[in-house]
Design a protein around this ligand. Structure first.
Ligand code: MRU
Length: 349
């Protein structure tokens, strides 16, 4: 499959415009940081790891645009541009994790008499490193997650967590893709994921491209389908995992976890370590992005409601107690809690 995002040798960023999928495979050609920020805000590029990578490319281009004879001035301009990039989407921690890596480069070099070209080359290297790291991590996660899936399993997944959302095979959907190669009779049920339909537009598209037996269901069908189809497990991604294991993910994930608990089936989160926010004590402290209500009033830009009052939180938080395990590139944290995550952090991050 074509890369969801890439940086060319001539510093152009190609972004597969996810708002146009599945009907058009069209690339945004971004020559500056502003265009990338716009793509992140509009969800042309989306999914926590992919947003982190996009933030890296935006940080590099932002520095390139800040060229000035006075180095101190450059540090000031780039610092405020990094703040701007970070605020494009508040919930997915991968974006601030990525931007912080550039802040660290600035911090390490501020007192030194570094010349602009050297600083720029450090930013470029870092942006490409984030891209490569996310790819490797995605492969590891997918391989590890696939081992939990058995022949003939029926799995529900939510939103889109595949190649479109990462620079590798994905997280939750990556695990499903790997399992589909080694297991027989796998069936996937993909939730539609209102309001922006990442499930029906993107997950179904990726499943079809990967020859995965996939059935579309609406978000409201989940409990019924778990019971009727005897679903074996639910596998989702994450946008921010607090240090006690509470997990923010696409709106609708919380109700899936409750339904899984009621029906006594496992509920797994698949996410890279870059999605953990070790500074966040619990899920109550996670900022939830509230998006324009127009997204709910319309489907594919066609107005379908006359509602005057609309709420449109883009994410919700699943309490750790509903999570069977968090599958990371370094292993699985079963029944996550603050102590286990602290030990995990000390060992791996
Ligand atoms: O608003 P989105 O489409 O960016 O939300 C994406 C999700 O919630 C994904 O499940 C999450 O980022 C994990 S992607 C590997």
């Amino acid at each position: 499959m074509k890369a969801t995002i890439r940086l060319t040798n001539s510093d152009i960023v190609y972004i597969l415009d996810q708002t146009k999928l599945p009907f058009k495979e069209q690339y945004i050609i971004a020559k500056g940081s502003k265009r990338i920020i716009d793509a992140i805000e509009k969800l042309s590029i989306r999914g926590a790891p992919a947003i982190g990578v996009a933030g890296g490319f935006a940080s590099y281009l932002a520095l390139k645009e800040s060229k000035n004879s006075n180095l101190e001035k450059i540090f000031q301009i780039i610092s405020s541009k990094l703040d701007l990039i970070e605020s494009a989407r508040p919930t997915a921690v991968n974006l601030s994790w990525s931007v912080n890596r550039f802040r660290n480069i600035l911090k390490l070099n501020r007192s030194k008499k570094i010349d602009f070209r050297h600083l720029l080359s450090l930013f470029r290297k870092e942006a490409l490193k984030i891209y490569e790291e996310e790819k490797k991590v995605s492969l590891k996660l997918s391989s590890l997650g696939s081992k939990l899936i058995k022949n003939n399993d029926k799995i529900i997944t939510h939103c889109n967590t595949g190649s479109l959302a990462t620079t590798g095979p994905g997280t939750a959907l990556g695990a499903i893709k790997f399992a589909n190669k080694i297991r027989k009779g796998l069936r996937v049920f993909a939730t539609e994921t209102r309001p922006l339909l990442q499930g029906s537009r993107l997950t179904i598209w990726e499943c079809q491209k990967n020859n995965i037996d996939c059935t579309l269901i609406s978000d409201s069908m989940v409990s019924h389908i778990i019971k009727e189809e005897k679903i074996n497990m639910i596998v989702v991604g994450a946008d921010r995992i607090a240090s006690n294991g509470d997990t923010a993910n696409k709106i609708g994930t919380y109700q899936l976890a409750i339904a899984a608990k009621f029906h006594k089936i496992p509920f797994f989160v698949v996410a890279p370590i870059s999605t953990f926010d070790f500074s966040c004590r619990n899920g109550l402290l996670i900022e939830i992005e509230e998006r324009d209500g127009k997204e709910l009033l319309s489907i594919n830009n066609k107005i379908v409601s006359k509602a005057n009052n609309v709420r449109n939180p883009a994410f919700d938080v699943t309490p750790r107690k509903l999570i069977t395990g968090i599958i990371t590139e370094k292993g699985i944290i079963y029944s996550p809690n603050a102590n286990k995550i602290k030990r995990f952090k000390n060992r791996y991050s």
